[in-house]
Design a protein around this ligand. Sequence first.
Ligand code: F6R
Length: 589
Amino acid sequence: MCGIVGYVGERQAAPILLEGLQKLEYRGYDSAGVAVFDGGILHVVKRKGRVRELEFARALKGNCGVGHTRWATHGAPSEKNAHPHTYGKFTLVHNGIIENAHILREECLSRGEKFSSETDSEVVAHLISACYEGDFAAAVCRAAERLQGSFALAVLSSDFPDTIVCARMHSPLVVGRERGGLFVASDVPAIAGEGVEIFSLADGEFAELHAGEIKFFDANLRPAPPHPVEYSSKEDTPALCGFRHFMRKEMSEIPSVLKNCSADFLKNSQYMQFFAALSGAERIQIVACGTAYHAGLCAAHAFEKFCRVPCEVSVASEYRYRDPIVPPHTVCFAVSQSGETADTLAAAQIAKERGAFLAAVTNVAYSSLTRISDAVLQTNAGREVAVAATKSFNAQLMLLYSVAAHLAEKKGREVPPLSQIPAAAERALEISEEVRGWTAHFLSAKSVFFLGRGADYFTALEGSLKLKEITYLPSEGYPAGELKHGTLALIEKNTPLVAVVTQKPLAEKTMNAVHEAYARGAKIFLVTCFEELCARKEVFASLLLPACPEEFSPAVAVIPLQALAYYVALARGNDPDKPRNLAKSVTVE
Ligand code: F6R
């Protein structure tokens, strides 16, 4: 989380920093700041809130500077805690968490040094200052040796007002070069553009940006080779194309994303090697977080049902610390839109170290996850800007369903056709507009429930997560049969309950739970593909989904739930693209 950008070259730095920060705002948006050298004088400006609050800084003069957009970890979101942080001759921006910051801070305090923020990041500026003996890069390198945790750093020094030194450990960082200028950023889109070559830094590496040249170093300050990043020009700023929000625009892309995804997956050059490993797999493990975890649950359902391979799905942050058992012949799927989620990366690394064949399912070709994986299956959903994942979820499902279907066919098992899914999604998108009429019943709900059984339960989980994250309404996704084991106590008069019913053999079972909730006052909103259920007396409002093979229904049934979250968020006056407290790319633990 947090976005870093830096520039040194012939152009004015401030506009480049501000435009870069705008593109990185999905990484955090509680405060922002820039520091620019004008001659030898450093100007630092910071503001609480969004990057737009810094617009006045565009007028700063100077050719070398760094900028930051923050997602608070240590210290509240405030101007004081906003980056850049300065101590002595050093000013820096940081992404990550310094886990031993409290010890280092005590050391600094015992030397009589004063702090101006509550952040872990400021400690790094103190440490670099303490390590400095005239060599800028060496001071950053020596300070980095003492840091525990994760960091991506871009550092300025008043002794070298035309140089940026960068360092990376477990937090993404790339550097770029164009004729007459050098860049550093947390992510490619911040600096991508015509004629810009981009290189990634590996963990433990450093880079010095000076006089049109990037020097790469290892942890011992020995020259290191550059790692070029291939990126497409589409990485530049995506446009809203007439939509009010990226979330709605990205939902509109779901049908075409599903089509591409099912058509493309076999074309992948690494697919044969991956499929050989999968064909011999005796166990599948899936590690992921949030929405990607829900995609993993749906996929596991398909792998077990169609391929009869045991499949275990874990929240990555739990997997990494539970000493996981990875039996021989395990294929591990790490599912991550960004490919940068710290917990997913760590879980994937552990699975690989313990012998699993590691397959990345990701939307970002040059991400950290792709670098550690044995094979990369790209979802090709196009850049997702809204913090709430929509099209990337549908794409993860389509890709994993396609793989499960391919494996099942290889094993001689029958699988319903996937080809119906894109058209069903298109229809679901059209009728999703109807949920606008439901929003009034959700606006001030104390809590909202989403129920389902089998694959519908996973849709319910994802619908609930979407609602929570952008509307801030308390919400739970629940297996329909579990409600009566405690949670039913929460149902009051008019509590909104969304039931997802697309699984024929389980439909009446879910309707039992719906009835129990209705009897206690719940207001029932039904999302189903069975017309006869819509007329039931307990149903307050319903949405009739197009037909689709029930095992794959989450890819379609989730669409009206995404729309519901979107319209409720709008009606509550929230920005659906930038929900409070969240960030798109979660690169810290
Ligand atoms: C929810 C959402 C998050 C992400 C999670 C994992 O809408 O977007 O729950 O799914 O942070 O992110 P990735 O997929 O980038 O690993």
